[in-house]
Design a binder for this molecule. Structure first.
Ligand code: BG6
Length: 493
């Protein structure tokens, strides 16, 4: 894949709806600042922040600067570049629900009708359709316009279809950029590089050689003031339907014939379609829901989920999910994929572990000879391949040792934040790292029966102590296949 910092972007107007919101201040504007700093933004590139409150551009820039100093590391904040960056920024007051307010936007955009125009909807999903019709009625949607949407896209298949239909009334599929910020992470793109840039792994990447796979997205943070959203959503919708399934799909898809967006998305959709449905009673067998209770992480005590502001005391919302998934294809039939994600876990860690089958016949006295490929995506980017070697000494005893790559050391360059890549790609018009409508809906088709099964069988969220790796039932789930979660391994360091 090309390196975005190598290519200048075309002239653009980027409109950030929800411009004063947390995502905009914490991630989007810093990401644009970095792209500006790396001289990727063209001279004719404007960032138009739109929100309901009344601010002059100067006032907004002051708010933006205060946030930037919080979210950009001091050594990466260059006052000179920052002040030239601020010259690109405009603030326009727009109450999304008031049609006349779009005229103010029309006035600003009107001067450059031919530029790439991106409408970035960093707002509650309930407002997506209103904004689309607002910009459309105001005559702002040109051939060169795009719309970018944050997840969640719906809360089930039906609502996702409705949102997609509403979008389609204004924008065609080539203009719609559905964001899953995990796809913007360099580490996730590196997964594709590992698989399709090296011929070494491909022959092994299949049921004949792989015993099991586990994918973990663990967060040490809890619900952090987002209870209003989170309690209605839960970990299955918040993390599994999107981020976890995206990792699974990139890990397991067939090699696309090119890196062209349609080719990549076609392969991803095929995997989603071949996920074995988890239906009815199987939901109680192949999934585990958990919810954190009071505990501690690194010596800091953590209140239970139910004690968080805005969470009802009897809430059954899951902050943890573990699932045994299966892919019904020639390549993957019979390989269990263990997926899990949780909040208030001992550490932040996103990791994929591929356990290869043991040697068919061992001539050494080694109880277990599982070669293991560990791909850690966060917080560090590391790839480790566990092999076996003869330990030093008289005995012919095999010990696990790691072949290790640390990408920070290998590349010694700042790792881009996910939104840098995504924002550049939207302006450039490259949809490879964005979800197609069919990806989102196919993912919901697999998720919906799990939600229904939980309701039908009254599946409780089992309590786990904050700072632990989830409820004991998750260990039982994986143990049924004679496997164990990573923290249960005794491995090479
Ligand atoms: C978001 C979820 O999509 O991803 C959050 O809504 C979660 O609940 C976050 O904390 C995790 O993202 P990252 O990039 O920190 O792994």
């Amino acid at each position: 894949m090309e390196n975005p910092s190598d290519t200048q972007l075309p002239p653009f107007d980027l409109v950030l709806f929800g411009g004063t919101g947390d995502l905009s201040l914490r991630k989007l504007l810093p990401a644009l600042y970095f792209r500006h700093h790396e001289a990727q933004l063209p001279e004719q590139g404007r960032i138009i922040c739109a929100a309901r409150s009344s601010h002059s551009t100067e006032e907004f820039v002051a708010i933006m600067e205060e946030a930037a100093k919080k979210y950009i590391k001091p050594e990466e904040f260059h006052p000179d570049t920052w002040s030239t960056f601020c010259q690109r920024v405009l603030y326009v007051k727009v109450d999304i629900t008031v049609q006349e307010d779009y005229l103010a936007l029309a006035e600003v955009l009107g001067s450059y009708p031919d530029r790439v125009r991106v409408f970035y909807l960093s707002t509650a999903p309930g407002l997506f359709s209103r904004i689309c019709s607002g910009v459309n009625e105001a005559g702002l949607v040109t051939e060169n316009s795009r719309v970018a949407l944050e997840k969640p896209l719906g809360r089930d298949l039906k609502s996702a279809l409705d949102i997609n239909d509403e979008l389609a009334e204004v924008f065609n599929e080539k203009q719609i950029y559905r964001i899953d910020h995990y796809l913007g992470k360099e580490t996730v793109q590196n997964l594709m590089a590992l698989r399709f840039g090296n011929s070494l792994f491909e022959p092994l990447w299949r049921r004949e050689h792989i015993r099991d796979v586990q994918i973990t997205i663990a967060e040490s943070l809890g619900v952090e003031g987002r209870a209003g959203y989170y309690d209605q959503t839960g970990a299955l919708r918040d993390m599994v339907q999107n981020h976890l399934l995206q990792l699974l799909v990139i890990l397991t898809m067939e090699p696309p014939i090119s890196i062209n967006p349609d080719c990549v998305r076609d392969e991803k959709i095929k995997v989603l379609r071949s996920l074995k449905p988890i239906i009815g009673k199987d939901v109680t067998k192949n999934t585990v829901r958990g919810q954190y209770k009071t505990g501690s992480i690194n010596g800091k005590s953590i209140a239970s989920y139910r004690d968080a502001d805005g969470v009802p005391p009897e809430s059954n919302t899951e902050t943890y999910v573990a699932i045994k998934a299966e892919i019904e294809s020639w390549r993957w039939k019979g390989v269990p994929f263990f997926l899990r994600t949780g909040k208030s876990m001992p550490e932040k860690r996103t990791e994929i572990i591929i356990n290869f089958k043991s040697a068919p016949h061992s001539i050494f006295e080694t109880p277990d000879s599982t070669n293991r490929l560990v791909i850690r995506l966060q917080p560090e980017e590391i790839i480790k391949l566990q092999i076996f070697a003869k330990g030093r000494g008289d005995a012919m005893r095999l010990l696990p040792v790691n072949l290790d790559i640390d990408f920070n050391e290998a590349f010694k360059k700042r790792q881009m934040i996910a939104y840098e890549r995504l924002l550049s790609d939207m302006i450039r018009g490259n949809q490879t790292l964005f979800n197609h409508r069919d990806e989102v809906t196919t993912a919901w088709k697999w998720i919906d029966p799990i939600i229904e099964g939980w309701a039908e069988y009254d599946v409780p969220s089992q309590q786990y102590t904050a700072g632990t790796w989830g409820p004991p039932a998750a260990s039982a789930l994986i143990a049924r296949d004679d496997c164990g979660w990573a923290e249960e391994y005794s491995d090479a360091e």
